[in-house]
Design a protein around this ligand. Structure first.
Ligand code: GLC
Length: 755
């Protein structure tokens, strides 16, 4: 009897002690250093709970839409502490709800919420939708890109997200690929600078500070030059091309502090990225010093089995991926169990798991989620689509537009026109918001027609003719458009493509009718889809002054238009304020300043077609038709003229010193305008072949009429390095040619080779 009461006493004591210690769990004490809290928490975690931190799931509403059973399973896993993060949480209410449910788990670890924020927090209703990345790249304005991403981070945090699946860092070398619009073009330096600016904007100096989020640079490594232009298809590129073209943007993101990386769907040279230990561990962690974590892309660990066929089953795939360096599994139920088994069997060490869990938990502590994981509904409402952000969307819209051709000049259109016809399948369309956008309130989006009407309809008669959607143009609508064109002073014809995946029902669908670009929409031809070209021809034949405005996410092979239509404006996908920006350009309120960040080829037969080609690329010509691009990287006209003069190139004293290049740029026209000054270098004779020119630096300046500025560049010798025959990075002596505007200069690096 005495013994029994002794046991009871011990139990009561133990219970009281555990109550006491629960209220004093060190990891819940915000006054302790993060590292200490992490270690304390990890000591309390089971293996499954640890692996749970590597387990990401699709948000609740998306799952429910798929099927209730998986939604219920997910909720049960969350209550068991087996889910570490979510992607595609529908809204801030759902974000709060998931945090509440996570609090019911044993250790109450808050989830991280991630979402694709490709050109703004666009998958969120009411958010600011900026121009897509190909347009942002055309601005060459990394400062504005950084500000836009700081604004995007504020919108994300205010709505319960902590992690942006962005920046995209692929170098787009094949315009058949549907995702060109999501990327920053074909030049490794431009992509690097843009992607790094996005990382700085999203994360700030410290991603743990208010209004900042974790950036997820993606993808390692691909996918801008697959063997056939299709998304997910293999990349088969030389080691040299990898190092010269595709790796620099990834390295730039590491240097900018990107906290996370997403792994690419594709294989490279026979090795799927998800099982590529050289890429994910050797290069990324060991060589480049990356200390964050990686996440698989959608379905890609599974794809090692059913796609790439390098693993016999999911367990083997998980083993390959985690051993190679994949840290977090993006969505799916088949991850925690196989990984726990692998650890128990000794195939993967618990230390390997701990490395990831430490990093993930550390971020949750730093972000303050253990203290307060919730968001205030009112705050979200105040920040989303606020005036400052919309103003930035408009400004980027203006700067992203590239004037491809302006014979006559037809542009800017006079405000004294009596009548204007606005037509084309994209004249009054939301296509100008691009891909990765959920249906947005109609009032938030200014179409080209609306922009024009708002600007000039009190001065002239603006007539709109709806000639049908991209694929719905008929003989009759073509005839009517032409008939109407004959009766007006000028025509604005808006054609191109539509990458938008959402419709009014909030369904996100890759296969939406009329979707001609974007993720998973590659093309085997690059002309205008449907009967758009017939429409352009018919309107052009009327002789009425015509401006073709292109709204599209990838270069379009518009050879006939380039040869026959006097004025062509490449608007890309200029975002929610895009129609206003286009209207301002058309009527001269804003002088176009964008430059092409990607070459526009004449057609698919001309691929690959990029500006930084090797010297023998065009020694021979195609038998029929022209050889060479339609519009090359860097092309872009203005309403003013700029004169470049007095190019000065000098080496700073003593061996190894940087090269100073400066040039005087003068606005010789009578319109104020921005000018993008591009500095190219050619290594004239080298031990391995090098491109005829490579972009080495760029600056965007503003010049009033008659104003001139000297623009300075400083090239380090390291920027002149090449990979030699043994793939060692060296700077070779000899003459280097410098190209700025229409000027050329040169300098010489002396022998022996500098490091
Ligand atoms: C996709 C995309 C990737 C995106 C992910 C999550 O498969 O390839 O870019 O981040 O899904 O939405």
């Amino acid at each position: 009897m005495r013994r029994r009461s002794g046991i009871a006493l011990t139990l009561i004591l133990f219970f009281l002690l555990s109550l006491l210690s629960a209220s004093q769990l060190s990891y819940l004490d915000p006054s302790l250093p993060v590292a200490e809290r992490v270690e304390d928490l990890m000591l309390r975690m089971t293996l499954e709970e640890k692996i749970g931190q590597m387990n990401q799931y699709l948000g609740l509403s998306f799952l429910e839409r798929e099927d209730q059973k998986s939604a219920d399973q997910m909720l049960s896993q969350l209550r068991q502490g087996l889910i570490g993060s979510f992607l595609m949480v529908a809204d801030l209410r759902e974000a709060n709800r998931l945090q509440e449910i996570a609090k019911q788990s044993r250790l109450k670890i808050p989830p991280l919420n991630a979402i694709d924020a490709i050109h703004g927090h666009c998958l969120y209703y009411g958010a600011t939708v900026y121009p897509t990345c190909i347009g942002m790249a055309s601005s060459f304005n990394t400062d504005l890109v950084e500000k836009i991403h700081a604004a995007t981070a504020r919108e994300l945090r205010a709505t319960g997200y902590h992690w942006a699946f962005f920046p995209y860092l692929s170098v787009s070398r094949d315009p058949r690929w549907g995702r060109v619009g999501e990327n920053f073009g074909e030049d490794p330096l431009l992509v690097s600078e843009m992607a790094a600016a996005c990382v700085r904007g999203l994360q700030g100096d410290d991603y743990a500070s208010p209004g900042r989020v974790l950036a997820c640079a993606k993808v390692l490594l691909g996918d801008g030059q697959s063997i056939n232009g299709l998304n997910l298809a293999p990349m088969d590129v030389s080691e040299r091309t990898l190092y010269e073209i595709f790796l620099p943007p990834a390295k730039a993101c590491v240097d900018a502090g990107a906290r996370t990386f997403m792994v690419a769907h594709n294989e490279i040279n026979g090795i799927p990225c998800h099982s590529n230990a050289w890429l994910l561990t050797g290069l990324l962690r060991e060589q480049w010093g990356f200390a964050g974590y990686t996440i698989s892309d959608w379905g890609d660990i599974e794809r090692l089995v059913d796609g790439h066929k390098v693993a016999v089953d999911q367990k083997a795939a998980v083993r390959m991926a985690v051993s190679a360096g994949v840290d977090v599994h993006m969505h799916g139920s088949d991850f925690v169990e196989p990984l726990a088994e692998l650890v128990r069997e000794g195939a993967i060490s618990e230390g390997r798991i701990d490395r990831t869990v430490r990093a993930v938990l550390g971020d949750k502590f730093k972000l303050g989620l253990f203290e307060d994981p919730y968001v205030d509904e009112r705050k979200g409402g105040e920040i989303l689509g606020c005036e400052d952000h919309i103003e930035m969307a408009l400004e980027m819209g203006r700067q992203s537009i590239v004037l491809l051709k302006n014979d006559g000049p037809v542009l800017p259109l006079s405000r004294n026109l009596k009548s204007l016809l606005v037509t084309g399948p994209l004249a009054d369309s939301n296509a100008l918001v691009g891909d990765w956008v959920h249906a947005q309130p109609d009032k938030n989006i200014v179409t080209v027609l609306e922009g024009i009407e708002a600007l000039v309809s009190n001065q002239m008669k603006v007539e709109y003719f709806n000639c049908g959607n991209l694929l719905e143009i008929t003989d009759q609508s073509i005839d009517t458009a032409a008939a109407k064109a004959r009766l007006v002073d000028a025509v604005v014809l808006v054609v191109g493509g539509n990458d938008n995946r959402s419709d009014e029902s909030w369904e996100l669908r890759f296969d939406r009718p009329n979707r001609s670009g974007g993720e998973n929409v590659a093309r085997s031809s690059l002309g205008l889809v449907g009967r758009q070209l017939d429409l352009v021809r018919a309107v052009q034949a009327t002789g009425t002054p015509l401006v073709v405005v292109l709204v599209n996410g990838r270069p379009l092979a518009i050879e006939w238009i380039a040869e026959n239509v006097a004025a062509i404006v490449e608007a890309w996908q200029p975002g929610m304020q895009g129609g206003k920006a286009v209207a301002e350009v058309l009527f001269g309120e804003y002088s176009p300043s964008g430059r092409l960040p990607i070459t526009i080829p004449r057609g698919v037969g001309h691929l690959l077609s990029f500006y930084n080609y090797r010297p023998t690329t065009y020694l021979r010509k195609y038998k029929y038709g022209k050889t060479g691009p339609l519009f090359e990287f860097g092309h872009g006209l203005s309403y003013t003229t700029f004169e470049y003069r007095e190019l000065q190139v000098s080496r700073e004293l003593s061996g190894g010193g940087p090269v100073n290049v400066s040039v005087e740029v003068r606005n010789t026209g009578d319109v104020a305008s921005d000018e993008i000054v591009l500095l190219f270098v050619n290594d004239v004779v080298s031990s391995v072949t090098t491109p005829v020119r490579k972009l080495k630096s760029f600056k965007r300046i503003h010049l009033e009429p008659g104003e001139q500025k000297r623009v300075h560049f400083r090239l380090s010798t390291d920027q002149l390095a090449l990979y030699d025959v043994n793939m060692r990075r060296v700077v070779e002596p000899g003459v280097f040619e410098v190209m700025v505007g229409d000027l050329r200069g040169e300098f010489e690096l002396e022998s022996p080779p500098l490091r």
